[in-house]
Design a protein around this ligand. Structure first.
Ligand code: GLY
Length: 337
């Protein structure tokens, strides 16, 4: 496998490799479970990567956009798996961005009470975040990712060739999640080559997932910037994409931390310099949203432990803070303009 980077997600007997590099999809057949006699390839129209699992397979296309990230799609997928005779020893292969791998993963977790899944991530966001770590799920009208399961893949492929044709907006979404890793580790990811950068993000995520697979504690740090981000996605009916919303949410989280006296203005400015400056991402709140609507949505966030819950910077670094008062939450929203 020379030339490809290989990062292990160390989870005991459920450990798995993430293979990263230009042309890495050629490794797919070698990464499937040896029990698999048939594969169901779940993808979307326009995904810029051909896969050859090396065993008989059906291709099932799901809809594009957050509205297709639904329980209806899971039912359709599971019915397709049943019609194609997929057994619990076979394999589902999710080929696409985070939406595809979240949906394919949840269908795999549910069908026959769990069949193996391998992800082939084709977007930057999928490679550095969504395809790694076993979170799967779909949206409800009431909120994002409210139904799902932890279901680790058997392997993940990040073929960097897929990024050649990645639309600019999708690229910025991946950068939003990378900026998050900047604040969790202080790593200067932008100074690295693309393969090193993706591999480093995978390493950071793998280390956190290995320490806290089911988000009993430390894994919640991966939600830095996400409390407001998820509210923005729901409030705008997904006109703002996840990674774009995370960029806004990171700056908001810094403003909230300052409102609560956890960090100073210089640290807020550092967030702005990294997210809006180095990563060149838009950090303005989308127009026309009401603070009270966002606060209500943040109350409903599935991470909420005790009242409003955020991941916030502070003297001891980034940590989960529950029971945050509405006063600073609204004041920080006002600061966002
Ligand atoms: N995307 C956050 C997590 O996987 O925990």
């Amino acid at each position: 496998m020379s030339g490809f980077r290989r990062v292990e997600v160390p989870l005991g007997d459920r450990s798995y490799p993430v293979v990263i590099g230009h042309g890495a999809v050629a490794e797919l057949a070698t990464l499937l479970p040896t029990t698999a006699r048939r594969a169901a390839v779940v993808t979307q129209t326009g995904i810029p990567l051909e896969v050859d699992p090396g065993i008989p397979f059906d291709v099932i296309e799901i809809g594009v956009g957050e509205t297709a990230k639904s329980l209806t799609t899971i039912e359709q997928l599971c019915r397709s798996f049943a019609r194609s005779g997929l057994s619990r020893h076979d394999v589902v292969i999710g080929v696409g961005g985070g939406m595809v791998t979240d949906v394919a993963g949840f269908a795999a977790a549910s069908y026959h009470r769990g069949v193996p899944v391998v992800h082939v991530a084709t977007t930057l966001l999928g490679m550095v975040d969504a395809a790694i770590g076993g979170k799967t799920g779909v949206n409800l009208p009431e909120g994002k990712n409210l139904v799902g399961a932890f279901w680790q893949p058997s392997a993940v492929v990040c073929d960097l060739d897929a990024l050649d044709s990645l639309p600019e907006r999708e690229r910025r979404c991946g950068l939003g999640e990378m900026a998050k890793y900047h604040f969790l580790t202080g790593d200067d990811l932008l100074s690295m080559s693309l393969p090193d950068r993706v591999a480093r993000c995978v390493e950071i995520k793998a280390e956190i997932v290995a320490a806290d697979e089911r988000e009993g504690g430390r894994r919640a740090l991966l939600n830095y910037g996400h409390t407001l981000a998820h509210a923005l996605e729901t409030a705008t009916e997904h006109r703002i994409a996840h990674g774009e919303a995370v960029a806004v949410g990171l700056v908001y989280a810094a403003r909230l931390a300052r409102q609560m006296g956890r960090i100073d203005t210089a640290r807020v400015d550092e967030h702005l310099a990294v997210v809006a400056g180095e990563y060149d991402l838009d950090v303005a709140l989308p127009a026309g949203l009401l603070a009270e609507q966002l606060v209500e949505l943040m109350h409903r966030d599935k991470k909420a432990l005790d009242g409003l819950t955020f991941v916030l910077d502070g003297p001891a670094g980034v940590e989960v803070v529950a029971g945050v008062d509405e006063g600073p939450v609204v004041a920080a929203l006002d600061e966002m303009g």
